[in-house]
Ligand binder design. Sequence first.
Ligand code: SF4
Length: 336
Amino acid sequence: MNTGPNAPRWNILRKALARWYASAKRDLPWRRTSEPYPVWVSEIMLQQTRVAAALPYYERFLQRFPTVESLAGAPEQELLAVWSGLGYYSRARNLQKAARQIVAAGGFPRTYEGLRELAGIGDYTAAAVASISFGLAHAVLDGNVMRVLTRLMAEPGDIQSPKTRARLAAVAREFLDQRAPAEHNQAVMELGALVCLPREPQCLLCPLAGECRARREGRAAEFPVKLRKQKKVEVDLALLVVEREGRVLVWQRGAEEGRMAGFWELPARQQLPGARELAEAGSFRHVITHHQHTVRVFRAVAKRVPAGYHWRDRKELREIPLSTIARKALRMAGVD
Ligand code: SF4
């Protein structure tokens, strides 16, 4: 418990935060329901994906799989096609695994511990669904919340260390509004997304400003503390868009490819040494965790094609799960 002279006055903060959230929150489709299925889908999508990018996927996903039963019974290729472009595909596979667990159990678990047993559901998602759908008093701790709390407390520990995480989890529990955990959790996350921004916190607009230690000490930008920075790896890639009679050459990753198994790709330059490059369509950057890809896209023709490649027309390309890089490259070449 934070009971020292510098301890925040939680009651005042809870009320200020609730008032701010009531007037400032964004109207997002998953906030119009407390049903566990759409709440869970949105929480999984929003991990590693920005709200604006997730929105169209969320709508499309629920249109295609409106119930947990329809998700449980969907062919994997169809599931991955709907998820294609969102990245981090283990999320989609785990959603389906968990959907099957839920169907087998006869319904959604209604406790934090029960939710935690489902595939792909960690502490954060279990707390989010438990509070938003079932009104249970579990505090969420995601990147946004940690940023707010480390600044509020001027937490000096490395954000990646388990000890710091445990301290922040305790702060989050103390801060939690036990009577309105759903609104409270969403309010802290929203504050992190809209006001307590990573680079330029908008302290003048912040309902917690009066009790925030980092602000008081003029050190907001110093938190959260990250001691170990993962080294960035640069990857250069040249992809070929080879067309023949309105169809494009693609190949599919095999079962041994882990999280990308089953996805379709464009050939890279070194895979088709006999191809003739016609023109460069452009280039783009794509980041996957700490890998920074620079992708150059070339239109090309190929007389002979090795075994294992397939020709697909535009309609088929829309229906198979393409990797995000392949999808971006096709768009760049005007094929989508
Ligand atoms: Fe973040 Fe500033 Fe609010 Fe503190 S006062 S929580 S640093 S936005």
